[in-house]
Write a protein that binds this ligand. Structure first.
Ligand SMILES: Cc1cc2nc3c(=O)[nH]c(=O)nc-3n(C[C@H](O)[C@H](O)[C@H](O)COP(=O)(O)OP(=O)(O)OC[C@H]3O[C@@H](n4cnc5c(N)ncnc54)[C@H](O)[C@@H]3O)c2cc1C
Length: 300
């Protein structure tokens, strides 16, 4: 392990040992990662992926950690954080080239200022380009797939580009090749009117702020909506809105959000998830699927 860490530091990346993942993720739960490593540039990112993929140490890539829950027993191995890979460039008038760690909200602000429209769907989604593409993030009647032109991925030691038409996006799913890592993306927007876009974003945010528990730590929607019923409505109908285990609670504002009321453990959150899944199946015959990703060392 020491050799590997030396190799990673030689690339130029910052290495933080025993990193508390409750400080990293939006829900503020979970144990420590053995190491969090932050590349400073896309070249460092690629070199790091090449080094780690040749080692036998497990690794995972995270953006903002806004859709991720880490088990209380933490993460063995390396978390690659894309938080420093934030470059966003407007090219050819209406196209946007963004690194994997660029925040969706920052792209939204930059493009509105430049008189471009198309990224308004992302208002209020706190993730990055990498996490957003991996999850096909969406809101406000749009999804990231609607504006993606090209995605660059690292796969098996090479950075390659994939056109939008070759990516089979689904609801909160990108179906990118197994093991691939998003390194950057090109988005296709249109000329628009800044005032109109700003007004739309204001309306989206007003709605979000009044219907979602934005003042408490949460991780967005816990379950995917179902074709016939929104997950929040189902949880409410099961009588679980406001129900809590330990420090985790199905929000009494929006039942598809779990909030950390102060000292939640990942196990509290996961118990709530299991309870909703079991009750949905036994009482309504419905199989709930989580939207949120759970990573790390599973409890025994
Ligand atoms: C308050 C709040 C509101 C939210 N609202 C919405 C919403 O309206 N719509 C919506 O869709 N989501 C929403 N989310 C969820 C979340 O913001 C999105 O899923 C977002 O796209 C996740 O991005 P991230 O960078 O935080 O991903 P992370 O949580 O860091 O990672 C999520 C997954 O993506 C993978 N990943 C991350 N970066 C890469 C990369 N470079 N290459 C390959 N895989 C990668 C990770 O391994 C992980 O499996 C919300 C979350 C919160 C906390």
């Amino acid at each position: 392990m020491k050799d590997l860490i030396n190799q990673i530091e030689d690339i130029g990346c910052k290495v933080s040992p025993n990193y508390p993942m409750k400080k990293y993720t939006w829900l503020r739960v979970g144990g420590d990662a053995d190491f969090v490593v932050e590349p400073n540039s896309n070249d460092e990112f690629i070199s790091l992926l090449n080094v780690l993929s040749k080692s036998n140490v497990p690794w995972v890539v995270l953006g903002e950690g806004s859709n991720t829950i880490v088990y209380d027993k933490g993460i063995s191995g390396v978390v690659i954080s894309t938080k420093k890979l934030k470059k966003v460039e407007i090219i050819e008038e209406t196209k946007v080239l963004a690194e994997s760690g660029a925040i969706l909200g920052a792209i939204l602000n930059k493009t509105i200022k430049a008189g471009l429209t198309g990224f308004e769907f992302a208002a209020g989604i706190p993730g990055t380009v990498g996490g957003g593409i991996f999850m096909n993030a969406g809101a406000n009647n749009g999804e990231i797939k609607d504006v993606v032109d090209t995605v660059w991925i690292w796969l098996d030691g090479k950075e390659i580009s994939i056109k939008r038409s070759e990516i089979n996006f689904e609801y909160r799913k990108s179906n990118l090749p197994e093991g691939s890592v998003v390194t950057k993306a090109l988005f296709n927007l249109k000329h628009g009117e800044s005032n109109k876009s700003e007004q739309n974003v204001k309306e989206y945010m007003t709605k979000r702020n009044s219907t979602q528990p934005i003042k408490m730590s949460n991780t967005g929607s816990i379950f995917k909506n179902l074709p016939d019923i929104a997950a929040g409505q189902l949880i409410e109908e099961l009588g679980l809105k406001g129900f809590s285990i330990g420090g985790a609670q199905f929000s009494d504002l929006h039942a598809n959000f779990i909030v950390n009321t102060g000292h939640a453990k990942a196990s509290d959150v996961l118990e709530l998830i299991e309870k909703a899944k079991n009750e949905a199946l036994s009482k309504r015959g419905i199989k709930l699927e989580t939207e949120v990703r759970v990573i790390g060392n599973k409890e025994k």
